[in-house]
Design a protein around this ligand. Structure first.
Ligand SMILES: Cc1cc2nc3c(=O)[nH]c(=O)nc-3n(C[C@H](O)[C@H](O)[C@H](O)COP(=O)(O)OP(=O)(O)OC[C@H]3O[C@@H](n4cnc5c(N)ncnc54)[C@H](O)[C@@H]3O)c2cc1C
Length: 306
């Protein structure tokens, strides 16, 4: 394996570092697909991670960052080099109506904690199954709200291992877009500003949103949320209008419940999901004249075109 020597070097340089060789990534994605990472790494803290990034840079090892894999399609061949899982960045500090949290914290967990503290602003995020870091990168949102409305600042490590801090205005937020879509840095901490509210009312609103998700989304099967970004008419509606609900390649299927979801019926391969995505894009373009762009991020494919 090409990066075996780098694995040995990491194990020597970073005492107690959590490195795993040839680790299957399907365990780390909500679609339950994806081949192995040459080296999977779970940093304990940003200092340790900075050292690893410096070494990766020095030895020209490719780096991929993964939150909880709820918006990615990882190729069946897996990912070369180092894959960094952010779940170890999990400190949380509350200060009046602000919270500073590690990027590996689950958005759903942080939303519930905010509710308990009588802080409003994260209700929309209660049912988004991503990490805080992933939600910043994607500018995740729902029901008319999105992360950019609550973000104050973000701390990152660049690919040389240097710490950087950005305030919200520097992050170029737009619909499902932030500067981190084109600038590869690892977000390890995020500061959010919430407003004081009433716990019972906040929870009631969250439950309404969660109920709406259960009714509309195929949560009983592995999926990655909305596959395509919404256009004016709504991607789901367009896909439904061409009769694509139920289209299937192998075990990858356009959900019967929600046309913008592709579900894994059991043994779907990433290649099958990708093929289905391309077929839908082609058919919607031909029949509706609309170019659907994926919200889902492709990792490890030769053609990572959205
Ligand atoms: C059932 C379901 C419902 C969903 N509903 C919604 C919804 O309502 N709204 C919505 O916006 N999304 C939704 N999603 C999609 C997804 O949950 C969000 O985009 C989420 O924010 C992604 O976070 P993640 O940790 O899973 O990121 P990943 O999928 O792991 O990664 C996404 C991208 O971010 C990068 N990344 C992740 N963490 C970091 C980090 N710390 N630093 C730098 N880069 C990083 C990755 O390299 C990748 O490019 C849904 C998904 C599912 C499965």
């Amino acid at each position: 394996m090409e990066y075996f020597n780098f694995y040995i070097l990491l194990s020597e340089e970073i005492k107690d570092g959590q490195f795993y060789l040839d680790e299957p990534l399907q365990k780390y994605t909500t679609w339950k697909v994806g081949g192995p990472a040459d080296i999977l790494y779970r940093p304990k803290n940003p200092q340790e991670c900075a050292k690893v990034l410096q070494l990766a840079r020095e030895f020209e090892v490719p780096v991929t960052i993964l939150g909880v894999g709820s918006n990615v399609l990882i190729a069946d061949q897996g990912l070369r080099g180092l894959v960094i899982l952010t779940e170890g960045f999990n400190d949380i500090g509350w200060h009046e109506d602000q919270v500073t949290a590690g990027s590996g914290i689950l958005l759903s967990y942080l939303s519930r904690m905010a509710a308990e503290k009588g802080l409003s602003g994260m209700e929309f995020a209660a049912g988004i199954p991503g990490s805080l870091g992933g939600a910043v990168v994607m500018n995740a949102g729902a029901y008319g709200y999105s992360m950019d409305q609550i973000i104050v600042s973000v701390k990152t490590l660049d690919m040389e291992g240097k710490t950087r801090e950005y305030c919200k205005d520097e992050l170029a937020f737009a619909y499902r877009y932030s500067i981190f879509k084109r600038k590869k840095e690892l977000i390890f901490e995020v500061k959010l500003a919430l407003q004081s509210g009433n716990t019972a009312e906040i929870k009631e609103q969250m439950n309404k949103y969660l109920q709406a998700r259960r009714e509309k989304q195929p949560l009983e099967l592995p999926n990655a949320g909305s596959v395509f970004k919404n256009t004016g008419q709504g991607a789901g509606r367009l896909i439904e209008s061409i009769g694509a609900k139920g289209w299937r390649i192998g075990d990858a299927q356009i959900s019967e419940k929600h046309a913008n979801f592709i579900v894994n019926l059991g043994q779907a391969k990433a290649s099958e999901i990708k093929k289905l995505i391309r077929e839908v894009q082609k058919a919607v373009k031909e029949r509706c004249g609309v170019e659907l762009e994926t919200e889902v991020v492709f990792l490890g494919f030769e053609d990572n075109r959205r």
